[in-house]
Design a protein around this ligand. Structure first.
Ligand SMILES: Nc1ncnc2c1ncn2[C@@H]1O[C@H](COP(=O)(O)OP(=O)(O)O)[C@@H](O)[C@H]1O
Ligand SMILES: [Mg+2]
Length: 253
């Protein structure tokens, strides 16, 4: 069977330094796979290459068997690839619902983005319905009309996730969704991701440093260290691997 995402031999060099060397990964339909590794291992760089923000120096990326490495991020987005970023980026003064509406219109290319941002375009029934569905799924319905920047960091990260879900991605890259969250917020995020997975429509590649979070959610895990893939397999086996534990020495695995 063709994998949803297949990346083969990805290599990326920055200023003569290899951030990724010959990294291969696969993600199947509606599967949640984790990508872990110490700081600087190349996780975000791999996301950048897979989502088209960066062009890999070597390697092949296929979505359902079709090569996509020449495509720009917005073209990949239209094919069903979405991502969130490690650093949270919400617009001051905009409500939670408006964040989702802008994402919906950006991907469907209806209306001017500026008009949307200044709130002059009223959402139609279809747009409201799509928003409400996602808000309900991620547990943000009660916060829909609040300014996003007034929410806690944990809720803010859920807004980012909801925004990415508005384009109904088949494949979603999440870059450290638990970063900066406390235990309660992290558990809440894990619960939201479980609900997204239960829907069976979205595969997730999850980049994370929180190991219990990965154990709870990911069936399979890839490990990067110094830009190389050092382990891959069922999450439990990978986390017990001596090489993985050595790469994480002092990082609490
Ligand atoms: N845009 C960039 N320009 C130059 N070097 C970069 C850039 N992005 C990442 N790097 C370098 O690539 C390596 C991997 O970084 P990154 O992918 O951010 O790792 P991780 O997300 O695993 O912490 C690091 O050495 C980092 O300094
Ligand atoms: Mg990173």
């Amino acid at each position: 069977m063709t994998a949803l995402l297949e990346a083969v031999g990805i290599t990326k060099v920055y200023d003569g330094m290899a951030a990724l060397t010959d990294v291969s990964i696969e993600v199947d339909t509606a599967e949640l796979v984790a990508l872990i590794g110490p700081n600087g291992a190349g996780k975000t760089t791999l996301f950048d290459c897979l989502s088209g923000v960066q062009r890999a120096d070597a390697g092949i990326v296929r979505l359902e068997g079709r090569e996509i490495e020449g495509l720009a991020p917005h073209e990949r987005a239209r094919m069903g690839i979405a991502r969130t970023f490690q650093r949270i980026e919400l617009f001051t003064g905009m409500t939670v619902r408006d964040h989702l509406l802008v994402a919906d219109r950006a991907v469907r290319r209806s209306g001017g983005l500026l008009r949307d941002l200044t709130g002059r375009a009223k959402p139609d029934a279809g747009e409201r319905e799509r928003c409400d569905e996602v808000l309900e799924l991620v547990g943000l319905a009660d916060d829909a009309d609040r300014p996003a920047h007034a929410l806690s960091l944990g809720r803010g990260r859920v807004v980012e996730l909801a925004r990415a879900l508005m384009c109904r991605p088949r494949l979603l890259f999440l870059d450290e969704p638990s970063s900066g969250l406390d235990r309660t917020e992290t558990a809440e995020m894990a619960g939201v991701l479980e609900r997204v997975m239960e829907q069976g429509a979205t595969a997730i590649l999850l980049c994370e440093h929180d190991v219990p979070f990965v154990e709870r959610l990911a069936s399979r895990t890839y490990v990067l260290d110094c830009g190389r893939r050092i382990a891959a397999g069922p999450t439990r086996d990978v986390l017990a691997d001596p090489d993985v534990r050595a790469a994480y020495l002092g990082q609490g695995v």
